[in-house]
Write a new protein. Structure first.
Length: 120
């Protein structure tokens, strides 16, 4: 099943894990939307600098450190994704609690590993 994914912390730099994830997600034919610090395109995916009101988001995958996540709490909860993936370095117990309170699943995992092992 294809899972529409929002990448938060998307970078236009080819050596960043967020960029590799966008490329890999599109390779596996998952619909992808992205938010980053700069507008641009990665593998045909528009990277927005705004918190767009995206619809039908299954998964949010985070590539921003915990100190930068608070402005996204309400936004992500409002999107009501099935899950949030906390990639290495993004783990945030405060946000875990908020997600639990809103019945949103989360995983501390690596999007690239999940895709590569067919567990996405």
């Amino acid at each position: 099943m294809k899972k529409k994914t929002l990448v938060i912390g998307a970078s236009l730099k080819s050596n960043r894990y967020s960029t590799v994830s966008i490329k890999r997600l599109t390779m596996y034919e998952h619909p992808v939307v992205a938010i980053g610090l700069r507008e641009g395109k990665v593998s045909g995916v528009d990277v927005s600098v705004e918190k767009e009101p995206f619809k039908d988001i299954d998964t949010v995958t985070l590539y921003i450190n915990p100190s930068r996540q608070a402005p996204y709490y309400d936004y992500i909860i409002t999107l009501n994704p099935a899950r949030v993936i906390f990639n290495p370095g993004t783990e945030n117990p405060e946000f875990f609690t908020l997600l639990k309170e809103n019945n949103i699943d989360f995983e501390v995992a690596c999007t690239l590993v999940l895709l590569g092992t067919n567990q996405y």
